[in-house]
Design a protein around this ligand. Sequence first.
Ligand SMILES: Cc1cc2nc3c(=O)[nH]c(=O)nc-3n(C[C@H](O)[C@H](O)[C@H](O)COP(=O)(O)OP(=O)(O)OC[C@H]3O[C@@H](n4cnc5c(N)ncnc54)[C@H](O)[C@@H]3O)c2cc1C
Length: 574
Amino acid sequence: MGNYFTDNPVLKHYLQHPLMQRIMELKERNFSDAAAYDYAPLDAEDCMDSYEKVLEICGEICADILEENAEVIDQEGPVCKNGRVEYAEGTLRNLEATTKAGLMGMAVPRRYGGLNFPVTPFIMAAELISRADAAFENIWGLQECAETLYEFGTEEQRQAYLGRVCAGETMSMDLTEPDAGSDLQAVMLKATLDESDNTWRLNGVKRFITNGDADIHLVLARSEEGTRDGRGLSMFIYDKRNGGLTVRRIENKMGIKGAPTCELVFKDAKAELCGSRRLGLIKYVMALMNGARLGIAAQSVGLCEATYRGALSYALSRKQFGKAIIEFPPVYEMLALMKGKLDATRSLLYETSRFVDIYKCLEDIARERNLSPEERTEMKTYSRWADAYTPLAKGMGSEFANQNAYDAVQIHGGSGYMKDYACERWYRDARITSIYEGTTQLQVIAAIRYVTTGAYLEKIKAYQQEEVFPEFSELRQRLLAMTAKYEEMVAYVTGVQQDSFLDFCARRLVEMAGHIIMSELLLKDAATAESLRSSAKVYVQYAESEISRHETYIRGLDVKEEAYLEAFRPCCDL
Ligand SMILES: Cc1cc2nc3c(=O)[nH]c(=O)nc-3n(C[C@H](O)[C@H](O)[C@H](O)COP(=O)(O)OP(=O)(O)OC[C@H]3O[C@@H](n4cnc5c(N)ncnc54)[C@H](O)[C@@H]3O)c2cc1C
């Protein structure tokens, strides 16, 4: 019997971070729920204990059920029959196990039947599930649509749907259409209000919808006739029980094969408006996507963990030239870098989830009472950090998941190319993480403003005010030099005063900030978690080289009369 939570002690380090005290107090309203629910925690210790217990159960299910089923599900996949999705048998068993264990509706408030977990332990469960089966994590993880329904739906809608999610019904977010991918303002699925019975009807096509035959859907649709931009879009709740939706096909895709990616046809499908008209994209879907992006960051960390462990185990057992391949420096260098990227991206993931937790809890409290001026400031501060860190965690975490999957296959040599080892599946599964929920290029667009406004720098300087663990003072000096280089490059790129130059260099600037932030977080975390110390050293070395590489690249671009644009264009004319 394995356990993906207890076999990885560093997870408790993140779960027991000092900021969790504040998060528990806010989430549990100073533990007042204990009077109404006998299973609600009495105090912070009791609360932490309940998070750990649930994560232990989750870890056991991951190792003993989900991981065991993953390979067969990948081969079988779901099928589309008569306009409906039939999951692979293993997926049904996974759903049954996670539902029975109370892992559906984890973050839903107790009064609707959920566990009332904050984002941080929920995201940790997502990491564990992804390590076992990234495809199943998609189906399970879509329960976070319930958060958006809770935030923007009416009390009646909460009562109608949230309990069903806790009981194991699944969800989907239906945004993408053939002509609306990265640019969701172009969504055209039509929502019409039938004045006679005050009912909304949906007509049109959605594509690439994960778990598209879910029980409950959140659908982005055009409610305002004659409009063409984001302000004409609203969000709707579609309940499968009402009919009107058929699955035209399931995509035949590269990876995450266990999660059906569907083309959907809505034909006079009855739906309910969620929130106010016209705010569908600009407010609700933005909130939905931020949550989902954090989910993909967790999925990426889970894949980094799986690929690292798989590669390590193979390198220890495979012998060539009379010794285990792990003894060859090029192999152990690859492994050390994989571990460094895994630990760095995990530090960023949980820093981000804590920021999200604090502001979301305060936002929720504001629905019940007026916040004090201090609480309002706290909410605004954490909301800003959450917005700044989410695209970094998703953008860089997903790229690391891809890089680590690539290196895991490399370490397996020819065997890695065969289906005999799980790394072949991880390689295919990882590829999507940098595409859905906004491609890496779209994460850069979301993040660049925090480069130009100095928000990342402000945070980096705050980390650098803190004492560093004595063994790391040399690393801190190197980080100070990297920060100076980053500041210099931001000043240089913005000083050129060409929008296209900023666009051209944005990804490099965002990555520079990300590398420094992740290095600083690793130094902080490694002070109390000994297992992170070697990763901190390796990652700072890597970050330093990446920052120099980006500097050299940017400095090499000829900015006179935008000559760099001309230099790159010939290859695009082909
Ligand atoms: C397996 C899978 C599951 C999915 N699940 C869901 C789901 O559950 N719900 C849902 O609604 N959608 C889902 N999607 C859709 C997914 O979110 C989109 O595919 C993704 O957002 C990219 O859109 P696109 O495919 O149209 O690519 P495009 O938008 O056409 O992008 C193509 C390329 O152009 C780049 N690009 C586009 N615009 C810009 C820009 N302004 N600046 C720089 N580069 C740009 C992109 O980065 C990308 O490299 C899923 C997709 C897949 C493949």
